[in-house]
Design a protein around this ligand. Structure first.
Ligand code: PPS
Length: 283
């Protein structure tokens, strides 16, 4: 990735078309490598970071990377981008190694692997190996705003937010190794969320280490860190929008009109009738 210059924007293919893939709207970048993805061999200690796009994937991925490797491989933090340290399993685009290739190249233990797949698309070896999964969810209003801005510079789709957050929520009820987190909780008290994460992972880092992780993973520090701020990705035009854009709860209020908000609430209520999931749209 690092070798691709921004000037190669001009050579990039047009934005991919959406199509129905097993009932989910997808683009070919995430389905072309389907067989290799489905045959991916997970290892017992792999950690899968699963999210609907724009819910806090990079934030939690980076926290996990710092937690496991921040102290032991400090050079990794300054020389290796998050695409390599936490490969995006289903990605398959011409200008870089596929997510499967990158994940298979990882020689760390554990391997940290990112996916945006709805739960039913996850390769079965992750369940067979009883891997830990960290799922991050974000309230629909802020998620859609973040998605909207990202979509102005790139395209990423993984079907309905409703199906995604509820599908993974259901999985959590039957699979003890799914840790379900909320973006809003992270914003409110990242320290507490890190403690819960450590408990789930059976880790007990020192107070100093946790303070260090929390500092490195603050929004403004990540925004200025080229290894995690996605500035090396040639398909993202930061003149249009930034990847580390605002990092807030409640930005939807700057985007939704009163009428849109009412319509949204009505539709939300209908779609979430059967769900026990509770989100906060402000804190
Ligand atoms: S992606 O493309 O799906 O992997 O994007 P993802 O990382 O899931 O989500 C990007 C949004 O997360 C915000 N973000 C953060 N917020 C607060 N603190 C920290 N440290 C942080 N890191 C990433 C990022 O700014 C995007 O949200 P918006 O609302 O667009 O700012």
């Amino acid at each position: 990735l690092g070798s691709v210059s921004v000037s190669s924007f001009m050579d990039l293919p047009p934005r991919p078309e959406l199509f129905d893939f097993h009932g989910i709207s997808m683009t070919h970048c995430f389905t072309d490598n389907w067989e290799n993805i489905q045959n991916f061999q997970a290892k017992q200690d792999d950690i899968l970071i699963a999210t609907y796009p724009k819910a806090g994937t990079t934030w939690v991925s980076y926290m996990l990377d710092l937690l496991y490797f921040g102290q032991t491989f400090p050079e990794r933090q300054i020389s290796t981008s998050i695409y390599q340290t936490v490969p995006f399993l289903e990605i398959n685009v011409p200008f870089m190694d596929s997510g499967v290739v990158l994940a298979n190249k990882l020689d760390t233990s554990p391997r940290l692997i990112k996916t945006h797949f709805p739960v039913q698309f996850v390769p079965k070896s992750f369940w067979e190996q009883n891997c830990r999964v960290v799922y991050v969810a974000r309230n629909a209003k802020d998620n859609v705003v973040s998605f909207f801005h990202f979509d102005r510079m790139n395209k990423v789709v993984f079907g309905s937010w409703y199906d995604h957050v509820n599908g993974w929520w259901k999985k959590k009820q039957t699979h003890s190794k799914v840790h379900y987190m909320f973006y809003e909780d992270l914003i409110e008290d990242a320290g507490q969320e890190l403690d819960k994460l450590c408990h789930f992972l059976d880790m007990s880092p020192s107070v100093e280490t946790k303070t260090w992780i929390l500092d490195r993973a603050q929004f403004h520090n990540m925004k200025n860190n080229t290894m995690v701020n996605h500035s090396v990705v040639p398909v993202m035009d930061f003149e249009i929008s930034h990847f580390m854009r605002k990092g807030k709860v409640g930005d939807w209020k700057n985007h939704f009109t009163v009428a849109q908000n009412e319509m949204f609430d009505e539709d939300y209520k209908m779609k979430m009738t059967d769900s026990t999931l509770q989100f906060r749209t402000e804190i």
